[in-house]
Design a protein around this ligand. Sequence first.
Ligand SMILES: Cc1cc2nc3c(=O)[nH]c(=O)nc-3n(C[C@H](O)[C@H](O)[C@H](O)COP(=O)(O)O)c2cc1C
Length: 327
Amino acid sequence: MINTRFCSLLEIRHPIALGGMGGGATGAPLVAAVSNSGGLGILGTSGMDRAKLKSEVEAIRRATDKPFGINHLLFEVDEERFSVTLETKPAVASFAWARAEQDLRGYFDRAHQAGCKVMYMGGEVPETVRAAEAGADIIVAQGTEAGGHVVWMASMPLIPMVVDAVAPLPVLAAGGFADGRGLAAALALGADGILVGTRLLATHESPLHSNFKQAIVRSDGHDTVLTEIPDLASGRVWPGAMSRALRNDFIERWAGREWAVRRDQRAIAQAVAEARKRGDADNAPLFIGQDAGLIDAIKPAAEIVESMVSEAEQIIAEKLTKLVHRR
Ligand SMILES: Cc1cc2nc3c(=O)[nH]c(=O)nc-3n(C[C@H](O)[C@H](O)[C@H](O)COP(=O)(O)O)c2cc1C
């Protein structure tokens, strides 16, 4: 077992969290599978209405009695949806992507009053310090390798910078972590665990269409791109972010013609929704991280969590200790 401050704070077995991925990328079966395996499942809420979120939380509670989290994107936080989190009191209220003028403390205080621990994800040191000063209990440092919305700093320098800047708060490393080698590296950089997105999308319990899961398996990790095209197509203004997506036909079609995406936004959004529905992984954005190159099979989520931990244990306890020769 690898026990970190993150595990102790939440009374869970493994220092691994599922990223609270929105837009239908997480659902009760995946969240519950990660929590049941001893990690922390987190439900993404973007795109859900109040009724859908309530029913997902009920389904999680039917499937597990272990701690789990609910994620909100702060720049588009919706009181109807946020009130479900406050009423249902998950172990963790997780947040990301606040606008510069938003009052983090107000949201964090309300989550604390509901009995939740507060997690905040940022991709730059000042953003994580802002969350620490507003009362967050856990900080996630997300490097640009990650799937979905990201900024510019890579995990390798960002994680130790954030660990130092928000000390003594526990930090999870996110962006590029897909196996036990990544977990061991994150711990060596001073993190208390990892938050995982892409690897857990290619699981049996993931709600993605199987064609999208297969596209993750096929990706060699060199074929992702930082782009604004998915946001232009959805009409959302994401504060200060690009998104990392597979460079598929959809991205190729519009790259360099972003002006045309703005012009034809409604029609493109409609075509994307239809492509998603029919599982057409070439004609809809697929948000994946560079770590897709480490993923070669669709597996049960619990198997992934367990193998990450046992591989990291083996690296730390056997491989690395043998390298140290004290005189
Ligand atoms: C499809 C997708 C949707 C995401 N949606 C959210 C979200 O709604 N809220 C959030 O905090 N992070 C979101 N993320 C980011 C993840 O929580 C996590 O930081 C990231 O996936 C970690 O990098 P990895 O994909 O290399 O594991 C999303 C990521 C992906 C791939």
